[in-house]
Design a binder for this molecule. Sequence first.
Ligand code: 73E
Length: 775
Amino acid sequence: MGKDPEHAKFFDWRMALSHAIRDRIVDRWVASTRRTYEQDGKRVYYLSMEFLIGRLLEDGIVNLGLVEEVGETLRTFGIDYRSVLEDEPDAALGNGGLGRLAACFLDSLSTIGCPAMGYGIRYENGLFKQSFVDGRQVESPETWLQEPHPWEFGRPEVRFTLGFRGEVTTENGRTVWKPSELLQAEAFDTPIVGWQGRWANTLRLWAGRAVDPFDLDRFNAGDFAAAAEHEALARTISRVLYPEDSNEAGKELRLKQEFFFSAASIRDILRRFEGQHEDLRALPKKVAIQLNDTHPAIAGPELLRILHDERGLSFEEALEITHGCMNYTNHTLLPEALERWDERLFGRLLPRHLQIIDRIDDAHYRANPTRLLSARSDGQVKMGELSFIVANKVNGVSALHTDLMKKTVFKDLHGLHPDRIVNETNGVTPRRWLHSCNPGLSSLITDSIGDGWIADLEQLERLEPFIGKDDWLHRFRAVKAENKVTLCDYIAERHGMRLNPDAMFDIQIKRIHEYKRQHLNILEAIAHWQEIKDTPGGDWVPRVKIFAGKAAQGYHFAKDIIHLINDVAKVVNADAETRDSLQVIFLPNYNVTLAEHLIPAADLSEQISTAGKEASGTGNMKFALNGALTIGTLDGANVEIRERVGEENFFLFGMLADEVMQRRMIHDHAQQAIAADPRLARALEAIRSGTFSPQDPGRYVHIADNLTWSDYFLVCSDFSAYWQAQREADHAYRDPDLWARKAALNVARSGWFSSDRTIRGYMCDIWGAESLLAP
Ligand code: 73E
């Protein structure tokens, strides 16, 4: 770093260490790339608007097996290993589950040794930072690239010129698109090293650049701002991540971002293929492209356009090749998240692609004349339908979600193509989500069954015989107790609040959304607080309720839920009568790193979405794997978690997906539920009357009204069952050995939720790709 160690800051130590680790990764990376070229196997390309990778330094150290050596080396300089790691900012290039899934997949692809590449956008500003002012969410820009980022390699030589708008003409019988607005995509590569450093793949992110960055004439004429205008405009395309989770933005800049990175990636894929092969018809044999939701769906028409307009293949042949390469993962059935573009906006930006989409529709109709199921109708371009029609395989992300896809949004298309939809239940990487984040539990497991589980998570089953042994169970309990104390210290230091480490740690961490029902959780907390106040000396099971999560800037109801939880926390935590039995805290700025601190300390995992709404969830898997019990509905992957960990080790409540649909038909479902449950009525009344906002008593009337008069997500109808399940959890927690046994069974039976298993599923059912590592 060019500094005397005496004057080095944490930042300098981190950079020095990062470069030392990076050097060791690069060797493996180059070897893997060379191997991929030599073997010429099928390559997988994962196109995603989001990669929520978090920190990378610890990943590198752990995967290269250098934890001890690094710790010792730093110690000789008097530097604390953990503090150096804590200095690294999170790469927050994603909103939530969809982006984090992409990051777990990259880890698994490298661990398995599948030749693969992730393609996305190098956002200069990742997901906004969240803070609270008087309990309200305030957003500020995230600026991870303001300090040097040691993990990326700029590739200024890898650039593609892309365009928007302009004209479509015919020249010598061929259609030619002449875009009028040009910009360049420049590549930045990050190596992704797998377990034990046996393989490394690439994450390639595109940054926007001007074709001619600087206008010297304008500069010389004295117009300095205009001279740099081109560059500024080009850079806006990769400036900021759209902060909406499970919602469509419908904005022109978003469509431009989607085309920008999809088109650059397609060109890069073709360039690599054509460097090694002559015949484009072999493309599907060598290339599998995965569309992470519909955000990169325009990659289909773009590949088709290049094959047909630029390479001269017939439209039918180009379509067949495209179809052979493309696959689509659907992540949500929420109608507000399904991408649709106004065809005028779309046609202005991408005139040729609109024509191509019409021809795709025509070809589809000719082959399936039963019904017209088109990607373009009602003045809109429908990205879900387009992706389905173009894709070879379409997958859902949990068994229930895939089933609902077939019965609802894609019912008709599924009828025409009954073999196209497959299920690939999500998973999480055990390297980050157990081994690194929970070193105590990781050591206990390795002491018991060896370390084979880290790359073969189903080996956790071998823990079951230990669970019956008292001394083992005590060690297991001690690990959780220690993790809770560590979390208490972390929170005390950063937020000045002392939590009771003996209480049950009940955690709900995820984006704030009505369908995820953080308001159901806080309503139950209010009712519980009221009950404790009725009998202050009662024998209560102490609880700590922890929340964290961001709300989209424009989602006012979600922001009001945050405000309410903060207001409830203020009143409840100040209450001398109850504070030994109940504490509530909302931690600001939830991100991957905070999740790594919270999950190992959890006793109870809140997975309480309205059934049928959460496609899978992945936090649910991380908690179970770290020995938390789930309180949850039969939604998403909760269904499969419960099947595996055993119904007696899961607190189930609430309506099923089809009951939800029935219940909504009853016009006064919420009032009926309120009338039937005095606890619910009293908790709602407290919100309505300003118990938690005495200076502003009307503040939460609209929340109480919403729940009473509309309640689309059935908070009221599920309240009584949720209350009951919470009391069952209390009851079980009174017996520490019983609880520990249930928790340990959750760990032992969660091995199937490794993203290694998920990726093997994609390789076999969807991509037809193989590992290049010796078994
Ligand atoms: O259930 C989660 C799922 O576990 C789902 O809501 C989430 O994807 C996770 C991974 O499969 C998801 N995110 C989005 N849609 N589904 C989304 C939509 C638009 C923009 C950003 C994210």
